[in-house]
Design a protein. Structure first.
Ligand code: 6PG
Length: 246
C-alpha cells in the first residue's frame, strides 16, 4: 500500500481497526528485525490506552511470536498513569497482560515507569534509567496513540510538559482526559529520538480530532515527530470524510 506523504509523516489508511492492528504488528516485526540487523538490541517504547491492545495480542499470538527475537528486545514506555502496576488503569498492566507475559522477554528487559510513585519522583527515576541509552536517549521504535483532545503519550494540549527540552521524562500533575490521575511522560525530544515513530488511530470517536490534526492544528500529536520516520496507521472510521472516511 502506498502511503500519503504529509508533513506529519506517512499516513496509511485501513478498512478496520483490526487491519490497523495487523499493520502495526507487521511494522513492529519489520522495525525490530531492521534494528537487529545492525545492532545487538532493539529498544521499543510501548503506548498505553486501549488501541494498541489488539496489536499487542497479535504480537503475542503463535503466528507472530516467533517472528521477533524477543531476547534481544528491551521494552520501555512512552508514558504511565500514576497508579500501581496492578491497577486496572495501568499502562504497564495492559501491556503485560496483552503482550509481555506471553513472550520470552527477561523481566530485566522490561523497564516500566513507577506509576505507584509521585509523578516527579517517578519521572526522575525513569530519566536515570534512560541515561544508558545516550544523550538524548536513543529509542528505536516509539509506539503512540492519540487522545480525543489531540494528546499523545501524556503530553496534553497547553501543558508546559510540551515545551520541555532539558528533561527526558517529566511528571504531569493533571490529565486532560480520563483517567484523571497524574501522569509521567517522555518529552517530545525523547520521543523524537527514534528510528521509527508509529501512531495507531482507529474508530469514529477519533474522527473529529483527526480532522483537526490533518488541518495542521497545533496539537501535541502534531508536534510529535521522529528524527527518523513517522508513520500513521488509521482506519476509515477515524478518517475525516473529505479524506475518504466512511
Ligand atoms: C494513555 C496514553 C495515551 C493514549 C491515547 C489514546 O496513557 O492514555 O498512552 O496517549 O495513547 O489517549 O488512547 P486510546 O487508544 O485509549 O484511544
Amino acid at each position: 500500500m502506498n502511503p500519503t506523504r504529509t508533513e506529519r509523516g506517512d499516513v496509511y489508511v485501513y478498512g478496520s481497526a483490526a487491519e490497523v492492528a495487523r499493520a502495526a504488528a507487521d511494522a513492529f516485526v519489520a522495525c525490530v528485525a531492521g534494528v537487529l540487523a545492525d545492532r545487538a538490541t532493539a529498544r521499543v517504547a510501548l503506548a498505553g490506552g486501549s488501541t494498541p491492545k489488539a496489536m499487542y495480542r497479535l504480537l503475542a499470538s503463535p503466528a507472530y511470536r516467533e517472528r521477533v527475537e524477543w531476547k534481544r528486545v528491551e521494552i520501555y514506555f512512552g508514558d504511565e498513569r500514576c497508579v500501581p502496576p496492578e491497577h486496572a488503569e495501568s499502562n504497564y498492566r495492559m501491556a503485560r497482560e496483552a503482550l509481555l507475559d506471553h513472550v520470552p522477554l527477561g523481566a530485566d528487559r522490561v523497564h516500566r515507569i513507577a506509576g505507584e510513585r509521585p509523578p516527579e519522583e517517578a519521572a526522575a527515576q525513569y530519566q536515570q534509567k534512560l541515561v544508558r541509552l545516550g544523550d538524548p536517549p536513543r529509542l528505536d521504535l516509539v509506539l503512540l496513540g492519540m487522545g480525543p483532545d489531540g494528546h499523545t503519550a501524556s503530553l496534553f494540549p497547553n501543558d508546559p510538559a510540551l515545551d520541555e527540552t532539558a528533561r527526558w521524562v517529566v511528571g504531569v500533575p493533571k490529565a486532560n482526559v480520563a483517567p484523571f490521575v497524574p501522569r509521567v511522560t517522555l518529552t517530545l525530544p525523547t520521543l523524537a529520538s527514534c528510528r521509527e515513530m508509529l501512531f495507531e488511530v482507529a474508530g469514529t470517536d477519533k474522527r473529529a480530532i483527526l480532522t483537526r490534526l490533518f488541518a495542521a492544528e497545533n496539537l501535541p500529536a502534531n508536534r510529535a515527530r521522529s528524527i527518523g520516520e513517522t508513520v500513521w496507521l488509521v482506519d476509515r472510521a477515524a478518517l475525516p470524510e473529505k479524506s475518504g472516511g466512511q
